[in-house]
Design a protein around this ligand. Structure first.
Ligand SMILES: Nc1ncnc2c1ncn2[C@@H]1O[C@H](COP(=O)(O)OP(=O)(O)O)[C@@H](O)[C@H]1O
Ligand SMILES: [Mg+2]
Length: 262
């Protein structure tokens, strides 16, 4: 996007803003300090504009998981339930963001994204216009129209598409582990944290998924950038469960988490 501003995308993982193992439970304290860190950053860096995206955590995932399990697909009822559930999580976040002075606007993805004849499209112009007018757009993992049926679009996918289309310099994934490891740190005690890696070397690492997550975890998150052929973006993976990390990663220069160069 051409203007005098620097754009960054921050994706708040569902694993950070909710307790993934407890249905519909928000980590209120974490959401509060993450919102404050974003506000503090924006006040010190008025030339930077943010787009925020959040995941589904214990809101979206269990609803979709149950639908797939019992009906084998996302039907009309499931679509309605999932979009409602995600919107309620989103509404809470918007309130917290507004409370700390971030002039945010919710852009429910089911209203602008769709898949037609295999092609995922969306109204990126709307996001641009809100940004230009000084608002902080907030999107999230959601359900969308897909050809004759429905599908899930993850917050990660949205983050990549926007990173590419808005030509942002940095994309920060805020998650529940210290960064990218050579293997899943939740499964292997000897997993080693990687400070820096080029995206072309991601294939050398080991990733694992959990059955709860309907959109894949760290592996898919980072490999998607290659799939969408995103280039020239500095991606950071940072642990949002540690206070101050998000601010540090936004400011840059410090060695918190992992940097993945695309
Ligand atoms: N090599 C790896 N490095 C870091 N995390 C990994 C790796 N492989 C799997 N993971 C898992 O990915 C999870 C983060 O993905 P996810 O649960 O989808 O988070 P989010 O809610 O932020 O999208 C971590 O909690 C971790 O258990
Ligand atoms: Mg995820």
């Amino acid at each position: 996007m051409r203007s005098n501003y620097t754009y960054k995308i921050v994706k708040l993982g569902g694993s950070v803003i909710t307790f993934k193992d407890r249905p519909m439970s928000i980590r209120y304290d974490v959401v509060r300090y993450l919102a404050s860190e974003l506000a503090y950053f924006l006040s010190g860096y008025p030339d930077t504009r943010l787009v925020l995206i959040h995941g589904g955590g214990s809101f979206g995932h269990p609803v979709v998981h149950e639908c797939l399990e019992t009906r084998g697909e996302i039907d009309v009822e499931c679509f309605s339930k999932t979009s409602y559930t995600m919107m309620s999580l989103n509404t809470y976040l918007i309130k917290e963001l507004n409370d700390v002075g971030i002039k945010s606007v919710s852009i429910p993805p089911h209203t602008i994204f769709r898949r037609e004849v295999g092609r995922l499209t969306y109204e990126s112009d709307l996001i641009r216009k809100y940004l230009m007018r000084g608002l902080t757009p907030v999107l999230y993992g959601d359900v969308i129209l897909s050809n004759g049926s429905f599908e899930v679009i993850s917050g990660d996918t949205i983050a990549w598409l926007l990173a590419k289309d808005l030509s942002v310099g940095e994309l920060i994934f805020v998650t529940d582990v210290d960064g990218l490891f050579d293997k899943d740190p939740k499964k292997y005690a000897d997993a080693k944290l990687i400070d820096f890696i080029h995206a072309s070397s991601l294939a050398e690492l080991t990733f694992s998924t959990n059955e709860y997550d309907v959109t894949g975890s760290m592996g898919l998150k980072l490999v998607e950038g290659l799939k969408y052929d995103v280039r020239g973006v500095k991606v950071r993976v940072v642990n949002g469960l540690i206070r101050g990390n998000l601010y540090k990663s936004l400011v840059g220069g410090s060695t918190v988490g992992t940097v993945v160069e695309y």
